[in-house]
Design a binder for this molecule. Structure first.
Ligand SMILES: Nc1ncnc2c1ncn2[C@@H]1O[C@H](COP(=O)(O)OP(=O)(O)OP(=O)(O)O)[C@@H](O)[C@H]1O
Length: 227
């Protein structure tokens, strides 16, 4: 399977049929081949989060199709969506959402245990990922003992722990100052390249967007190539 994500003519609105109806997606389509890193840029309110939630199987479109890693999940039941989400997708948000009472290592181990990986193998994988983002020495620290940039790098490791086919990221460096943002973005790109992962990364930062393989702009509810 050479495609990790296909979104086909997505339509999505809120408050349908009411006076305050808003139509966000109007035939948005995209195909992401394996290994490609795609930037999603759009003005605030244009529908980036809506699109990412649909691609991430957290929301459903009013019409159109969602195919993740070759599996058409458009009309799939919650259980099937949950399995596909756990096995095929990794998520990174603007805020790290690490579990505060667990160490960096444990935060990366837990999703692997939930996916059936043995503890020893999960710990080895977590250590390897932490080393890749320069945090080997911080494995035993809780999130509160890490800087914002370090927390976000741990969140990347967690997102990649189960070897997803596709990483979905919503403003992954949006909370960080420009210098930290640059370091953290570089760490993310290195991780993504080293693992051959595909990614769809929403960002307001056009400089970062230009460093990805492809830039898509969300405009009038449709996705258009910007680079
Ligand atoms: N549950 C909802 N009910 C009603 N309107 C919604 C809902 N969710 C989003 N919207 C509206 O849909 C539009 C798109 O929202 P969305 O969050 O996808 O935008 P965005 O591009 O991610 O914005 P930002 O960059 O500011 O996060 C906005 O006008 C928003 O107010």
């Amino acid at each position: 399977m050479n495609e990790v994500l296909r979104l086909d003519r997505l339509e999505k609105g809120y408050n349908r049929g009411k006076a305050n109806e808003i139509i966000v997606l109007r035939g948005a389509s995209l195909v992401i081949p394996r290994g490609q890193v795609v930037a999603l840029v759009a003005p605030s309110g244009a529908g980036k989060s809506t699109l990412l939630h649909i691609a991430g199987l957290l929301d459903t479109p009013d019409s159109g199709r969602v195919i993740v890693n070759g599996q058409d999940l458009t009309g799939a039941k919650d259980a099937a969506r949950t399995v596909a989400r756990r096995e095929a997708l990794g998520f990174v948000y603007q805020f790290h959402h690490l579990l505060p009472e667990f160490t960096a290592l444990e935060n990366i181990v837990l999703p692997q245990l939930a996916n059936g990986t043995a503890r020893k193998a999960a710990e080895a994988r977590a250590q390897e990922l932490l080393a890749r983002v320069g945090l080997a020495a911080r494995a035993g620290h809780r999130p509160s003992a890490l800087s914002g940039g370090e927390q976000q790098r741990v969140a990347f490791c967690r997102a990649l722990a189960n070897r997803p086919a596709l990483l979905l990221a919503d403003e992954p460096t949006g909370n960080l100052d420009p210098t930290t943002s640059e370091t953290v973005f570089s760490a993310l790109m290195e991780l993504v390249r080293a693992t051959g992962l595909s990614a769809l990364i929403a960002t307001h930062n056009l400089e970062l967007a230009a460093r990805m393989d492809r830039v898509l702009r969300l405009s009038d509810g449709q996705l258009v190539e910007a680079k």
